[in-house]
Structure formats: structure tokens, C-alpha cells
Design a protein around this ligand. Structure first.
Ligand code: GDP
Length: 290
């Protein structure tokens, strides 16, 4: 991490350490305060921010800076290491045959993410297929089909079939030439029992290799209940954060990651199929602190 990756106030606080060989408790307090401000603004949960603050304070005051390292660079590296610990590594997504199930509330960006992920896998040389099982939201079928054609990937859906489990089962059969199956599911406005029962049935039918929870970057602390419930029902292996091209920084998703003991897999940065990035800690950290 370099100073440029940080927000201007934090950069100023760290800049003041320039030339100092030791940091004082007051210096550390100032730096931690700036970090807290940025992270809380980015929707990171208070308890996570407090844990991070304690670790940074403790290490910055107790650890000697290695010979030849300035106090500023030493604190900077502690901040970075602790931030990496907070945001975690990227969810492992092997480039091999697999089935991925997407879960999340309506409007979180599941359908868009399924097409983006399919495009991403196609770019990596695999043959992906999207299986669209959302029979709840009007227009989901047309939207998914259109996006699949833009991503130039295989697609299965059936606007005349009402049973999503049947669509899922048939979808896997009909697209058996594909290497990677991405199964999009229906969301609801809130977590209702029928949504959970439905996704559990789909999960049993398709036996996915991994389940990803799709979260809008603006979710804030609402992520907690969702993450808990989806994790209890199907198990969550990773998170995809959408709409990071907006003003929200996505810190709420860290609550979901923490709650499900998982990690972040993908970031969505726009409405087009190409607007997807693999999660990578340093860029996300700069965004949170920026
Ligand atoms: P679903 O109900 O979970 O399937 O959500 P959709 O995929 O239909 O997405 C809901 C809305 O969010 C649509 O208008 C999408 O175009 C939009 N959307 C999804 N992902 C992104 C993103 O990364 N950036 C932006 N700006 N819009 C997005």
C-alpha cells in the first residue's frame, strides 16, 4: 500500500509522522480516528471497526519498526496488514467445471451478476451457461436471456414453467455441454419463508459447488440478517458486491463475510456484462479508506 491509496485526512495524519523515528500514543489515536471515520462512512460494522482499531493501536505502539523503516512506513504497513485481515482474501474460484448458485434479495443484482460471471468465465476460456430459475419477478426471463446473448453464453430458462426447481433440473440437463453452470434464483423484497424454502429445494436439485450471496453495495447493516439466513439454509461460500460504480463503498458486505465466515468473490461496477472484477484486497481497501 502507498500513501496515495488513502483518504486525504489519513494521509495527512500519517504524513505528520514523516521523519519521526517513534510514534506516540497521540499519533496513533489520530490515525485510528481517521480510519474509523472512513470505515464507518463506508458502512463497515462498528464492532469490526473497533476490533481493527484495537489491533492497529496495540501493534503500532508495541512493535518496533524494523531497522531502516521509518515510523510512518511501519504504521502504514500495520494499517495495511490489519485491513487485509479485515477484508479477507478473494474467494477461490477454480477455472474448472462447476455449478454456482446465486442467492440474494430482489434487485440486489443477481441476474446481472449471473451474466457478468458467465462473461468472465467465457473470457477465461471456459464454456458457461446461465440457468434462469426466477419465475417470481416479471421480466427476469427476458432480461437474463438478453444479457446471456450479450455475453455470448449458453442460456436456459422457461417462461411457461412455474416451478423453479423443475427449471433448474431441466436447465442443467439442457446445457450439459457447458463447463460452468451459473444458476440464478428468484429474490423477494424481504426474506420470506417461501424464498428460503424455494432456494433450499433448488440447491438440493442442482448440488452446487459454491453458493454466492449477491449484495448491493448500499446494503449497510441489513446484510447481517440476510447473510445469516442464507447461510443457515444453503451455506454461503462467497459474496458478490454489486453497484460499486455508485456512491456506496460496500463496507456492509464485510458484515456478511464475517457472519458467514466466507469471503468476497466478485465486484460489480456497472450494468453491462463486462462490468465485473474479481475481488482483490488492495483495491477494495483503497476504496474503503478513500
Ligand atoms: P435481481 O433482482 O437480483 O436479479 O437484480 P438485477 O440483476 O435485475 O439488478 C437490479 C438493477 O440493478 C438492474 O437495473 C441492474 O441493471 C442494476 N445493477 C446490477 N448490478 C449493477 C452494477 O454493478 N452497477 C449498476 N450501476 N447497476 C447494477
Amino acid at each position: 500500500m502507498v500513501l496515495d491509496d488513502l483518504g486525504s485526512s489519513l494521509r495527512d495524519s500519517l504524513g505528520q509522522l514523516s521523519g519521526q523515528s517513534r510514534v506516540t500514543e497521540e499519533d496513533v489515536e489520530d490515525i485510528v480516528k481517521e480510519i474509523q471515520r472512513s470505515l464507518l462512512q463506508a458502512d463497515v460494522e462498528v464492532s469490526l471497526v473497533m476490533d481493527l482499531s484495537d489491533s492497529i493501536k496495540e501493534r503500532a505502539l508495541e512493535e518496533e519498526s524494523p531497522a531502516g523503516t521509518s515510523a510512518r512506513d511501519h504504521v502504514l504497513s500495520i494499517v495495511y496488514e490489519e485491513m487485509v485481515d479485515l477484508v479477507g482474501d478473494s474467494t477461490e474460484i477454480p477455472l474448472e467445471n462447476q455449478t454456482i448458485l446465486l442467492a440474494g434479495l430482489q434487485g440486489s443484482g443477481k441476474t446481472t451478476t449471473s451474466a457478468k460471471m458467465a462473461w468472465w468465465f467465457a473470457k477465461k476460456g471456459l464454456r458457461p451457461a446461465i440457468v434462469q430459475t426466477d419465475t417470481f419477478r416479471p421480466g427476469a426471463y427476458d432480461q437474463a436471456k438478453e444479457m446471456a446473448s450479450r455475453a455470448e453464453v449458453d442460456f436456459y430458462g422457461d417462461p411457461d414453467e412455474e416451478d423453479p426447481v423443475e427449471i433448474a433440473r431441466k436447465g442443467l440437463e439442457e446445457t450439459d455441454e457447458a463447463d460452468v453452470h451459473i444458476v440464478d434464483t428468484a429474490g423477494r423484497h424481504a426474506l420470506e419463508d417461501d424464498l428460503i424454502a424455494e432456494i433450499e429445494e433448488i440447491e438440493r436439485a442442482v448440488e452446487p459447488d459454491r453458493n454466492l450471496l449477491v449484495l448491493d453495495a448500499a446494503i449497510g447493516q441489513g446484510a447481517k440478517d440476510q447473510a445469516r439466513q442464507f447461510d443457515d439454509s444453503i451455506g454461503i461460500d462467497g459474496v458478490a458486491i454489486t453497484k460499486l460504480d455508485g456512491t456506496a463503498k460496500g463496507g456492509g458486505a464485510l458484515t456478511a463475510v464475517n457472519e458467514t465466515d466466507s469471503s468476497i468473490a466478485f465486484l460489480g461496477t456497472g450494468e453491462e456484462v463486462r462490468d465485473i472484477e474479481r475481488f482483490e484486497p488492495s483495491g477494495f481497501i483503497s476504496r474503503l479508506l478513500g
